[in-house]
Ligand binder design. Structure first.
Ligand SMILES: Cc1cc2nc3c(=O)[nH]c(=O)nc-3n(C[C@H](O)[C@H](O)[C@H](O)COP(=O)(O)OP(=O)(O)OC[C@H]3O[C@@H](n4cnc5c(N)ncnc54)[C@H](O)[C@@H]3O)c2cc1C
Length: 509
């Protein structure tokens, strides 16, 4: 009971399972870690956009960034671009805004929002306060060839091939970090007298015992959902999307520009993501089955692909259904769920892998652990991650709630305040008087900081009441704008093209 936890079994070999196994093994080499993965159940194989936090995760695992870029068809992601969300004029450049990863210059020191309202409210907020919009529009890389691995000139995460990501993590975790890999189908669970999981029963390898079990079994949620019966807290009334049609499409020209942000384009009954990898694009149509048929979503996707110049010869998309929500508990007894088994809302803002990173980080930080200390750890984990899921829901809903689109019941239902989470209903009237601020978000490690809310609010056309600033405050903010403009000029001249940097990294010896 008071023995330190020694054996961990990770059930599932998707991105979540391998990230958990690799990071646990890298940070706690004394643990004996086994990853069980079914040969019969494929990984979900989507999830190709990350946050900047992935740089730190990969560095801590001990992966080389160069090897990762070469093996996983990696591109750099500097944020997201939203087309057609505010009013519906997709693709015309007018209804477009960015949520860049780069923080506004001087965001902690000056009242940027009121100064922007006073001096340049006809320009995009993100463009005035940060160089990122122009860097993305110009297709520049976020770093130079000589910038060290994982180092950034402009903040960045990644776009990558999800299947190859799993492979490189597996090779590294098994080859360098001592993780044991078992390819076998889990068929059952043996419980201890007190109700813990004692062992997983596999088809060919018999029982595999451990002290802690990490459920990374994907949407099937075999341990936390099926074995322990923890229900999903559905968020379907708030965020309606429950289906996606992903497809991988070739480029018309392989040496053409390579996007350095995720492009999210709204359509009448959902939205379409477009992720540029060096060798292909990953595109997918997200929709709500209550508001759109699969045929309508297919037609929207094909129209988007045609308009964006995809070659006519392309594979058929596959259909993925999901139930938007998260588990009422993530950690029960000696089992913690990480990845899709813990929940999934939708791909907007690519928060799923970031939640995996946060969860495994917490797990690493809580070690060493005994079975006796585990229940208290579990309670805190459940509280903190329920809070995080709720904040993700607030932030995702913000993208829809402020739309002026009126072309379908889907957007009208999103605009209806009765579909908004209570906290958003409380905060939006406050933000009419003043910008989102740090104290609106109670925790030091918030998933989305106040500036992310600012980028989306003002990108969507929301304007706070204008409160004139003193000359001193206005001057302070204006000097931040000048610094952002100066930085923009330096980055536009000093940074290489995105595709040429990726080509260089892929080919250099
Ligand atoms: C449409 C869509 C788009 C997304 N886009 C993004 C994005 O841009 N960014 C982002 O961060 N996230 C995104 N996600 C989420 C992301 O795909 C997942 O968080 C990520 O891939 C992790 O998945 P997973 O490892 O939890 O599950 P999976 O990849 O499904 O892996 C499940 C594993 O469990 C194993 N398994 C299942 N049953 C058994 C059994 N009986 N015995 C043994 N093993 C078993 C399987 O073999 C598999 O290895 C997206 C998700 C969807 C649906």
């Amino acid at each position: 009971m008071n023995d330190r936890l020694r054996k961990v079994v990770v059930l599932g070999g998707g991105s979540a399972g391998w990230l958990v196994a690799a990071l646990l093994a890298a940070e706690h080499p004394d643990l004996h870690i086994t990853l069980i993965e079914s040969g019969d159940v494929p990984i979900i194989g989507v999830g190709e956009g990350t946050w900047p936090s992935m740089r730190d995760t990969l560095r801590r695992i001990g992966l080389s960034e160069t090897a990762f870029i070469r093996q996983c068809d990696v591109a750099f992601k500097q944020g997201s671009r939203f087309d057609g969300w505010a009013g519906g004029a997709a693709g015309e450049g007018e209804d477009r805004y960015y949520h860049p990863f780069m923080l506004p210059v001087g965001h902690d020191d000056a009242d940027l929002v009121q100064a922007w309202m006073s001096t340049q409210s006809e320009c995009s907020f993100a463009d005035v306060v940060s160089p990122s919009v122009q860097v993305c529009e110009a297709g520049r890389a976020p770093k130079q060839a000589q910038t060290p691995e994982f180092g950034a000139v402009a903040n960045y995460g990644y776009h990558f091939d999800a299947a190859r990501f799993g492979q490189i993590l597996r090779e590294h975790a098994c080859g360098q970090l001592g993780v044991h890999h078992v390819i076998d189908h889990m068929e059952g669970v043996r419980s201890s007298e007190v109700g813990d999981i004692a062992a997983l029963q596999t088809r060919a390898h018999g029982e595999i015992e451990a002290d802690l079990f990490v459920d990374c079994s994907g949407l099937a949620s075999l341990l936390i959902g099926r074995h322990f019966g923890v229900p999903l807290k559905s968020e379907r009334d708030v965020l309606f999307n429950d289906a996606a049609l992903p497809v991988q499409v070739p480029y018309a020209r392989i040496d053409g520009p390579l996007a350095t942000c995720t492009i999210a384009t709204a359509w009448a009954k959902g939205w379409i993501w477009d992720i540029g990898l060096p060798s292909r694009r990953g595109v997918g149509c997200v929709f709500s089955r209550e508001h759109a048929s699969e045929d309508e979503a297919q037609a929207a996707l094909q129209a988007y692909l045609d308009a964006s110049g995809a070659p006519a010869e392309r594979p058929a998309p596959r259909l993925i259904h999901f139930d938007p929500g998260y588990r009422k508990q993530f950690w029960v007894r000696n089992c913690v769920a990480i990845g899709l088994s813990s929940g999934f809302i939708e791909p907007l803002e690519a928060s799923a892998l970031a939640m995996v990173e946060l969860s495994v980080q917490r797990l690493c930080d809580e070690l060493p652990m005994t079975r006796q200390s585990m229940d208290a750890v579990a309670r805190r984990f459940n509280d903190d991650f329920s809070y995080r899921w709720a904040r993700i829901i607030d932030f995702l809903k913000l993208h829809y709630a402020l739309t002026r689109r009126d072309d379908s019941d889907y957007w009208r239902a999103h605009r209806d305040p009765t579909s908004w989470p209570e906290r958003l209903r409380e905060l939006l009237p406050m933000w009419q008087l003043r910008p989102p601020a740090r104290h609106d978000f109670g925790r030091i490690d918030e998933v989305f900081p106040a500036v992310s809310y600012q980028y989306v609010l003002y990108g969507m056309g929301f304007r706070p009441k204008h409160q004139p600033l003193s000359d001193a405050k206005l001057g302070q903010a204006k000097s931040c704008f000048e610094e952002a403009a100066h930085l923009k000029r330096r980055l536009l001249t000093g940074l290489p093209g995105h595709r040429s940097l990726i080509d260089y990294i892929q080919k250099s010896a």
